[in-house]
Ligand binder design. Structure first.
Ligand code: PAF
Length: 282
């Protein structure tokens, strides 16, 4: 695997591959890679000839008081993991390479409505930062296909919408959520949890499964189910953020006629804010 730090070198390397007719698959990340990221690499490999991953802890998507400074940076270990899964190129730019005129002066990409709900409400400006950096990375890598984890379901929807609205020639694929043996969705932020909190964290997925069972057995009392779920999380030791039964097509609150559902959830546990979701076909 070749690690590249500048846009010029990246373009030179990838234009050679494109000239040879290679299909380029892209997996953007913020590093501190775990098995979930590596499964995105596997998926990219299965649908492209050359796999590019990026590691960039994007300051634009962190709000004031969030974990930008403490976000784990583990480049050497990440390089080994990517190479072991057959990633061909790692793009690891500096802040100055990505935002040469400074963050304040950066043109930004805003995907309306969907960016303002749920995680967008709890983390104002977060999705603007994500859309902006992903749009820029697409311009740098010019991939044929890009893979994003379904754990960040709302992020995946924001990116799909941005790609469509800006007519970007990139196929967006979602990848299933990778979980540990207790059902906890893998996340770099799990590393902030103590062993005790890690056990409690599994309640988030258990709660989602419980709501799914209720929906599959015919309950349409969505608000009641959401409230029960929030109570279950609080009893386990979480602090509330959101828990919402949604229509999968646009993440609006589900109505009784909707069949394609996703329950999206975020909750605070100790020093971490955890998110998870579950898709249901009624
Ligand atoms: O999901 C992430 O790790 C980040 O939001 C992304 C897509 C790499 C953009 O910085």
């Amino acid at each position: 695997m070749i690690t590249i730090h500048t846009i010029a070198e990246l373009r030179a390397a990838l234009s050679k591959e494109r000239f040879k007719g290679k299909r380029i698959g892209f997996v953007p990340t913020m590093g501190n890679l775990h098995e979930g990221h590596l499964q995105l690499i596997d998926q990219a490999k299965s649908c492209s000839d050359i796999v590019v991953s990026s590691i960039f802890v994007n300051p634009l998507q962190f709000g004031a008081g969030e974990d930008l400074d403490n976000y784990p940076r583990t480049l050497i270990a990440d390089q080994e993991k990517l190479a072991s899964r057959g990633c061909n190129f790692l793009f690891a730019p500096t802040d100055a390479e990505v935002y040469p005129h400074g963050r304040e002066a950066q043109t930004q990409v805003e995907v309306p409505v969907i960016s303002d709900m749920y995680c967008g409400e709890s983390r104002p400006g977060h999705f603007r930062g994500v859309s902006t950096v992903v749009c820029k990375l697409f311009g740098m890598v010019q991939p044929d296909v890009a893979i994003f984890g379904e754990k960040d379901f709302q992020q995946l929807m924001v990116i799909r919408r941005m790609t469509e609205d800006l007519s970007l020639p990139v196929e967006i694929q979602g990848a299933p959520i990778a979980r540990n043996e207790h059902g906890l969705a893998l996340s770099s932020r799990n590393g902030y949890l103590s062993p005790e909190e890690l056990k409690t964290a599994t309640v988030l997925n258990q709660t989602l499964r419980k709501t799914r069972e209720a929906l599959l057995s015919g309950s349409k009392a969505f608000s009641e189910l959401e409230e029960q779920a929030q109570n279950m999380l609080e009893t386990a030791g979480f602090k509330r953020d959101y828990y919402k039964i949604c229509r999968r097509s646009d993440l609006q609150a589900a109505s009784e006629d909707d069949n394609a559902i996703v329950i999206v959830a975020a909750a605070y546990l100790g020093p971490a804010r955890l998110i998870d979701n579950i898709q249901i076909d009624l």
